[in-house]
Design a protein around this ligand. Structure first.
Ligand code: ADP
Ligand code: ZN
Length: 608
């Protein structure tokens, strides 16, 4: 047992380097570790990718006995255990996917003191409680995904509420509860339910600086699809997730992408278990590049090299949005979050909200989501303020910061739109309005005789995309309302009338068509890593990835468990050719040095 703080810190860093090959702790990690080592209880709130696991794994490695980790998700449990074993940490799990004989073996090892981290489901732990406390020396109890304890959250697990007995059963053992859900109700619930009134709260920033944020408004149909394809092309085979509105959408989109020669699959809750498993495994192994998914995809995905997330439609609230973009860039490297936002999304969501049990709450959440989508100030500021976190500067890594929107006097455009609404007695929806303005000769327009209107074709010089974007803004500015219960017909508000009759002027935001050509460098992402690869390094990086893939196949591991993208980039940059040099690369601990220095340095030597 270390005696003073300096010694403890030195030992913790030693373990970090030896097993994980990381040079230093991430923010808040060491504070948690030292509090745990002093015997206190803790509640740790960190965003996805913040490095929660090490907060209990390092104390486990520094203490005598075994750290018991309660985790609700079988798949995550397995991933964590595999990753630990790959780093040379004795870890195991007890769960219903293993045979009873296997579980018995694990218990024997734990009893013999040969396991440092034991992952277990809550029901299993509680069921075995009497054998446990008597025979195994438990150093620490870690409750992962601790928000599952809260009845108010969306992941509520009744078994978790039984965990309150742990404190009585193991009075001297520190408890650490970890989650990426930060709201106050959840925090209070965790404290109460786990019976840890004095637990120290560790709340880290929820800002994921490495994820760039972009929203594209008004894209529909072929414009939207082609823009998506360009965005994916720009990512040169890197893995990503596309969130869609419905199950059907995931399938049609995946089909269309496949027809473009892209490696995409659909994933939603309606698929058979075997198909779902195949897609998930394919994605984890880098065999599937793109998954078109409903919200069902992601829980239980611990893949660190998801490089981009697209919302093909606006999500229904900020919580989902934050959680879903958070699946990108867990390794801390640059990642892109792109959201498409169009008028159709507003219509679909409104229908959905109306059918939901909680109309008022969901309407409010939807409005906040829209406000984010339409923001003309730094998006990250809005996102973080939603989670009660304030930043006092613009982020420099969102589309608004990179291309500040320009405003112009849009009164004439508004008058064009509104006079068409007036001349059709407020009995048209947005798409018809757009057709009238652009002078379309669609069947509906001709049948209704709209081509005789005075406003027919007055907005011809603006593209479809431009009108989409401006009409969306008009709706948001309260110039007209959408009567959702009257076929979504547009009704002019009194504010709209003021503009129509020239009593008021209105500023609109200039629409700029987004081109995804070359990969842009983020403006001011904090430099936690400094390898922007040169062309030849990029070439080596690709070869290293191929080698990683071969090894992963052979060893039946996920590629990112062999090495993270970040480690491979560091290798491509540093080009270590000796075992010693290899061992000092980011993310290369002792175990991985032994296992992999030869094939990797051989490959690097061939490239010098
Ligand atoms: P969370 O559970 O909070 O989502 P993880 O524990 O999975 O986060 O960690 C996210 C990623 O960061 C993992 O790839 C992990 O290996 C890496 N990581 C954790 N701690 C450090 C550190 N001190 N230095 C570098 N990388 C780290
Ligand atoms: Zn910004």
């Amino acid at each position: 047992m270390p005696i003073n703080p300096e010694q403890l810190k030195a030992q913790a860093l030693g373990v970090l380097r030896q097993f994980y090959g990381y040079p230093s702790f991430l923010p808040m990690q060491y504070e948690v570790i030292s509090h745990i080592m002093s015997g206190g209880d803790s509640i740790v709130l960190m965003p996805t990718g913040g490095g929660k696991s090490l907060c209990y794994q390092i104390p486990a490695l520094l203490s005598d006995g075994c750290c018991v980790v309660v985790s609700p998700l079988l798949a995550l449990m397995k991933d964590q255990v595999d990753a630990l074993i790959a780093n040379g940490v004795p870890a195991a799990s007890i769960n219903s996917m293993q045979t009873e004989a296997q579980n018995r073996d694990v218990l024997d090892c734990a009893l013999a003191g040969r396991i440092k981290l034991l992952y277990i489901s809550p029901e299993r732990l509680l069921g075995d409680l009497d054998n446990w406390s008597k025979h195994i020396k438990i150093s620490l109890l870690a409750i992962d995904e601790a928000h599952c304890i809260s009845q108010w959250g969306h992941d509520f697990r009744p078994e978790y509420t039984q965990l309150s007995v742990l404190k009585e059963h193991f009075p001297g053992v520190p408890i650490v509860a970890l989650t990426a859900t930060a709201d106050q109700i959840t925090r209070d619930d965790i404290r109460k339910q786990l019976n840890i009134p004095d637990a120290k709260l560790f709340l880290s920033s929820f800002d994921r600086k490495n994820i760039s944020l972009t929203v594209l408004s008004g894209y529909t149909g072929a414009d939207k699809f082609n823009t998506l394809v360009k965005f994916i092309d720009r990512h040169h085979g890197e893995c990503g997730i596309i969130y869609c509105f419905s199950r059907k959408n995931t399938e049609t989109l995946a089909e269309k992408l496949k027809r473009r020669g892209l490696n995409a699959q659909a994933f939603h809750a309606g698929l058979s278990v075997s198909v779902k498993n195949a897609v998930q495994t394919g994605f984890l192994n880098d065999d599937i590049q793109i998954v078109c998914a409903t919200v069902a995809f992601g829980m239980g995905i611990d893949k660190s090299n998801v490089r981009w997330v697209v919302h093909y439609n606006m999500p229904q609230n900020m919580e989902s949005y934050y959680q879903e973009i958070g699946r990108a860039g867990r390794d801390g490297l640059e990642a892109d979050a792109l959201m498409f936002y169009s008028y159709g999304d507003v219509i679909s969501h409104n229908r959905f909200v109306k059918e939901s049990g909680q109309v008022q709450l969901n309407t409010q959440k939807l409005e906040l989501m829209q406000r984010y989508a339409e923001s003309s100030i730094c998006r990250r500021r809005i996102l973080l303020s939603y989670f009660n976190e304030r930043i006092d500067h613009d982020c420099g890594n969102c589309d608004v910061c990179k291309n500040p929107p320009k405003r112009f006097d849009g009164s004439i455009l508004v008058q064009m739109a509104l006079s068409a609404i007036v001349r059709t007695d407020e009995k048209i929806g947005l798409y018809t309005l757009k057709d009238i303005l652009r002078g379309s000769s669609s069947v509906e327009i001709i049948q209704q005789g709209y081509h005789h209107l005075k406003t027919y074709g007055v907005g011809r010089n603006l593209s479809n995309l431009e009108w989409n974007a401006y009409l969306l803004q008009m709706q948001q500015l309260g110039i007209f309302d959408v009567a959702y219960n009257e076929n979504n017909h547009l009704k002019i508000t009194s504010y709209g009338k003021d503009i129509l009759y020239g009593r008021e002027k209105v500023q609109l935001t200039q629409f700029v068509k987004k081109e995804f050509v070359e990969k842009e460098k983020p403006a001011v992402v904090e430099k936690t890593f400094d390898f922007n690869l040169t062309l030849s390094e990029q070439e080596l990086f690709n070869q290293l990835k191929a080698l990683r893939y071969t090894i992963a196949q052979r060893e039946h591991k996920r590629p990112y468990m062999v090495f993270s993208d970040k480690s491979l980039k560091a290798m491509a940059h540093e080009r270590p050719t000796t075992k010693l040099a290899f061992s000092s690369v980011f993310g290369v601990g002792e175990m991985k040095t032994e296992m992999y220095w030869k094939p990797f340095t051989d490959l690097i030597k061939r490239n010098i």
